[in-house]
Design a protein around this ligand. Structure first.
Ligand code: ADP
Ligand code: NA
Length: 319
């Protein structure tokens, strides 16, 4: 996981655990990760997201503060209803809705090396949501279009079945988009080939310093909070998030800084925030049995809820 996942999504998940009278379902989407892994005979084995990778992501979430006592934390493929509902949703989805998805357009390659699953991905994501009948979905701004599709699909199920499935609100995080450190026009992403484009949650202090020192900026020396200076703007937004200070106060806060001294402050702030997560993560990986037990419990709770919703939908559709 990277800083974009943390500031754009997981930090919010952790904060939501304090909402009273609510239940939470958080999952590691191992099925989603398959969409790009098997499409060619030539896909190398190390590209294949292993069970180990899935466990590591779960450990990362716990290290970030997702508390299995407060939330159902589980692995997507441990709850078969996700696959079944996604098929039903695919049958309700016109091709044109999926063809226009920005994330698909960004990720697809030539037709021969793009899986059908990559196109269908938003239907699986809609299933991930609909099964839990949530009132709120906390995701980053990059998922807005997929959420819109989810709403359309809920309306379609309701129209076809007479059910009244709830249309959830999207809860946006304060920090909607963390951009790449190399190219501030792209979001920070694990699919970016350059590892210098992102801060990983397991980076050590030296790596963080090095990545921030080399992060692309413009040649104006002063620090101004200006969306037109998009590289600096991105770094300032990251700084505001990790230090929990309002972006509007940044210029005052950094009035005496130049690009270099600001970058050092940013690196220190990131080290304070990120490195303890990395340490908790490494410790958890030493306790694999405990991790598996947590995920088994999480799947139990999730299966109960998901099977119930799926049965309701099947009945409503007279399947
Ligand atoms: P990636 O783009 O690296 O593959 P995912 O698609 O797995 O990341 O995203 C997981 C979660 O993290 C989503 O809720 C998404 O909104 C959020 N997220 C991912 N990248 C960013 C980013 N750069 N800025 C803000 N949120 C992000
Ligand atoms: Na993504």
């Amino acid at each position: 996981m990277h800083l974009g996942n943390y500031l754009g999504a997981v930090k919010n998940w952790v904060n939501m655990q304090e909402y009273p009278d609510t239940e939470r379902y958080y999952c590691v989407v191992d099925l989603h990760s398959l969409t790009t892994n098997y499409v060619s005979d030539k896909d190398s084995k190390d590209q294949i997201e292993s069970q180990e990778q899935t466990l590591k992501t779960a450990a990362n979430l716990i290290a970030c503060g997702v508390d299995p006592k407060k939330s159902n934390l589980f692995i997507q493929s441990h709850v078969p209803a996700h696959s079944e509902l996604s098929w039903i949703l695919m049958c309700m989805t016109p091709m044109s809705w999926l063809n226009s998805m920005i994330q698909y357009k960004e990720k697809r390659k030539k037709e021969d090396s793009t899986s059908v699953a990559l196109l269908n991905y938003p239907c699986l994501m809609a299933a991930d949501i609909i099964l839990y009948q949530p009132s709120m979905v906390p995701v980053g701004d990059d998922q807005r279009q997929h959420l819109e599709l989810t709403k359309l699909l809920i309306q379609r199920i309701n129209a076809l079945s007479g059910l009244e499935l709830r249309v959830p609100d999207v809860i946006k995080s304060e920090h909607q988009r963390v951009m790449s450190l190399k190219n501030a026009s792209n979001k920070m992403s694990k699919s970016d080939r350059s590892i210098r484009s992102r801060i990983s949650l397991i980076d050590d202090p030296e790596m963080i310093k090095e990545k921030i020192r080399r992060a692309k900026t413009d040649s104006l020396g002063s620090i101004t909070y200006d969306p037109n200076r998009k590289e600096l703007y991105n770094l300032l937004n990251i700084y505001a998030s990790v230090k929990d200070i309002p972006a509007s106060n940044l210029e005052d806060y950094l009035a005496d800084d130049n690009m270099f001294s600001f970058k050092m402050k940013l690196a220190d702030g990131l080290i304070d925030k990120i490195c303890p997560i990395g340490e908790r993560y490494q410790a958890l990986l030493q306790e694999e049995d405990r991790l598996l037990e947590i995920l088994e419990q999480g799947a139990k709770g999730a299966n109960l809820k998901a099977d119930k919703t799926l049965a309701t939908i099947r009945k409503g559709l007279k399947m």
